[in-house]
Ligand binder design. Structure first.
Ligand SMILES: Nc1ncnc2c1ncn2[C@@H]1O[C@H](COP(=O)(O)OP(=O)(O)OP(=O)(O)O)[C@@H](O)[C@H]1O
Ligand SMILES: [Mg+2]
Length: 344
């Protein structure tokens, strides 16, 4: 049975790094592991053995049991259309300027495409563990809401109204075009434009059944996944982490843990400074000491308020760009509930 671990959290907190690090750790524990990553730094991508966007899962040449794939978060609607529309409709959609504009401006579509792709890997049952790095667009919670949002958008009331009840609805749509507002728009913009909008909406609507059905499958995969929230002790990412504890129930399971990344070592909270240390150095050490204490307080408060399992991964002074470095980083972490997240 394939276990799935979703790595989520605010932008820039270390999701991609920790997804890769957990993946290496799991592979070295003997699990056939796939890391599904989004937009990794180039050196991290090459450490994982992936070179191209949209890659199929690729086995690592030096690390038996480790596979990696890179999600093309920008492929978004195009991928969705290819999957859920007839080939000629998909081609027409991809060619439609409104489709292109919508795909660029509707953030849930990126999350949906990523979630859809990740769910496909999970359903392939080819790995013991699939670690999914979630895309940063619009805050990670998007990823979990995307299937429902997408179905809502494609089959939503507005669209139903415009395209008319049952498909094809084209005729009804053109009747609507007789409404004064649309007539004005038509004369200003040219009738071809309205026709292109109509075509886009009607074509999009034909994908509804597929998108809705697939959305339910993706949600099932999400509900059966373990979730880990990554944050740092800074206020903005902590606020984002709180959202996952407040809003995830209903969308997916409660997170197994919140990992405070880039944590300073506890020992720094009460440093021993040799007597002859200069005042300048002493004040720097004290500054780091108070930052360490602040971080500890933040973690304790989070744990008390949300009943969360709190773990840490230390701040590394090495660039995190090779597998050994990533494995070492994870081994220096504390409080990570390895068993509950499907490793060991
Ligand atoms: N524990 C750590 N110690 C030091 N540097 C770290 C640590 N974790 C991550 N970093 C560095 O922080 C930067 C951001 O990390 P990463 O790309 O993993 O974040 P992300 O959450 O995936 O970002 P995004 O939301 O943009 O996808 C990278 O340069 C990474 O090497
Ligand atoms: Mg990332």
């Amino acid at each position: 049975m394939t276990k799935t671990l979703l790595i989520t959290g605010a932008g820039g907190v270390g999701k991609t790094t920790i997804a890769a690090a957990v993946g290496v750790t799991a592979a070295r524990e003997g699990l056939r592991t796939l890391v599904v990553t989004v937009d990794p730094a180039r050196r991290l991508a090459s450490a994982l053995g992936i070179a191209h966007l949209g890659d199929e899962p690729t086995p690592h040449t030096d690390e038996p049991l480790l596979w990696a794939a890179m999600l093309d978060a920008a492929a978004s609607w195009r991928a969705v259309a290819m999957r859920h529309a007839d080939p000629d409709v998909a081609a027409r959609l991809a060619d439609n300027e409104f489709f292109q504009a919508a795909s660029e401006h509707f953030p849930a579509s990126q999350s949906y495409a990523a979630a859809d792709q990740a769910a496909t890997f999970v359903q392939a049952r080819a790995w013991d563990l699939v670690v999914v790095d979630t895309p940063p667009s619009g805050g990670g919670i998007d990823f979990f809401a995307a299937p429902a949002q997408m179905a809502d958008l494609v089959g939503g009331r507005l669209l139903r109204w415009i395209t008319g009840g049952p498909l094809p609805g084209r005729k009804l749509l053109y009747n609507r075009a007789a409404r004064p507002m649309l007539r004005v728009a038509d004369s200003i913009l040219g009738s071809n434009l309205l026709e292109r909008v109509a075509e886009f909406l009607v074509d999009l609507r034909t994908t509804y059944d597929g998108v809705a059905r697939r959305g339910r499958e993706i949600e099932k995969v999400m509900r059966e996944s373990s979730i880990v929230v990554i944050t740092t002790a800074d206020p903005a990412p902590v606020r984002e982490a709180v959202k996952f504890y407040r809003e995830l129930p209903g969308l997916a399971s409660t997170p197994e843990a919140v990992i405070f990344n880039r944590s300073l070592p506890d020992a720094w909270a009460s440093p021993t400074v040799p007597p002859k240390t200069s005042a300048e150095l002493r004040s720097i050490v004290e500054l780091w000491g108070s930052e360490t204490l602040r971080q500890r307080d933040t973690r304790e408060e989070f744990s008390a308020r949300y009943g969360a399992t709190v773990a840490t991964v230390p701040l590394s002074d090495e660039p995190l760009t090779d597998l050994d470095g990533l494995a070492l980083l994870m081994s220096q972490g504390s409080g990570i509930p390895w068993e509950r997240i499907g490793v060991g």
